[in-house]
Each structure stands twice: as structure tokens, then as C-alpha cells.
Ligand binder design. Sequence first.
Ligand code: DER
Length: 228
Amino acid sequence: QHNLEAKRIAGYAAAEQVQDGMVVGLGTGSTAQYAIQRVGERIQEERIAVTGIPTSYQSALRAREAGILVVDLPGVSSIDLTIDGADQIDARFNLIKGGGAAHTREKCVADASERILIVADATKVSECLTAPVPVEVVPYATVGVGRHIRALGGEPVIREAVRKDGPVITDNGNFVLDCAFGTINEPAALAARLNAIPGVLTCGLFTEYAEKITVLIGESEGCRTLTR
Ligand code: DER
């Protein structure tokens, strides 16, 4: 319960940075959903106009429920502010994302964003990246991709669905391999190698956006803004 409250505090704090008329990238996951909820409340309370760019079916559906005007990414030339979660955040603001299997669209939205607010509870912050790296793969290429990942020192596991038999299928119709590499000392180099493997669509290492990221960590006594 404490954990959910921390996520809510971070998500709500991020939503306060949304200004009238903004185009806002709407992240995926339980923490980003709190931001979507709060943006919806602010639209009602303050009559502000916000255009939301979703990163998944989940965020599109929650945004519509919240009363946010939802426009898909091709509909806008740039995004003022994106609010999204992460699975792990290191001291240099490199991220591991993809716990929700939405990291391909999340990366496209992050890339188009002027600023990115990463919202999380304290458990996501780590000195260096150690979590498994989600990799979205074209199903046809899964075996070959797995071989390349093992050659890079990773241990790939196809992400099985819980309430569906068989693998998780992403919003783009692909599989996800969760790849344990242990401590990742050169995240940008590993990301480049993973993204170059034939059949890999996107890996969950976000190493290009540190300059435009602000991290908001929800805690019981309030929200902490991290600096690099
Ligand atoms: O999939 C993602 O990258 C999400 O941001 C996600 O991993 C964060 O999930 P959470 O906010 O539910 O912990």
C-alpha cells in the first residue's frame, strides 16, 4: 500500500507540471496512470486544454476515461512534456523500461519529447542498471535473437502471459524477451548491440534521453526531484 501511495504522489506531482495547451506524452504502467488520472482531474477543475499522446492501449484507454483528448503520435509534430515510469533508473538517468511491454512506443514518444518526467517510487532507483532488459522481437526471429543475446552475455526468456496462454503479445504484435545481463556497466553500448540484432524492434535500455529527463520519486513525506 505504501508503494502505491508513493507512486500516486510521484504521478500527481508530475501532472502539476502540465500547462494549459500542452501536448503531453502519456506513459504506460501503474505510476504513469496516476499522472493520467490527475491530468484528467485538472482538465475538469481548471478547464485547461491538454492533448494526450498515448504509448499503449492502456494509456489511450485510461486517458479517454480521464477526459483527455487523445491524438496518436503521427498527429503531432512535437511533444512538450512526457510523463512515464521506469523499471530502473541509474545515477546518470539511464533507464530500463519495458516492464509493461510498451517500450517501443514509449521510446518513440520519448524521442519526440522536449522534456520527460520519469515518475517512480524509491525502489526503482539504483546506482547502476541490473534489472533484466526487455527486448521486443519479431516472433519470426525469436530463436536467432536469443542466440545473439546469449553471445552478448545475456540470458533471454520469452515473456509468458498470465491471463492468456502463450507469450505476451505487444501492442505492435510482437514478443518480448526479458534478458538478464547482471550489472550493465556500459548501457549505451549494450543498447546499440541489442538494437542492431536482426529481428529486434526495440530494447528497453533508454540511454539517449538523460539531458531531457527529470526524475520524480514519490515518498511518504512527499515527492523528491533527483538531479544527475
Ligand atoms: O513499461 C514501462 O516502461 C513502464 O514505464 C513500467 O515498466 C513502469 O511500471 P510501473 O510504473 O507500473 O512500475
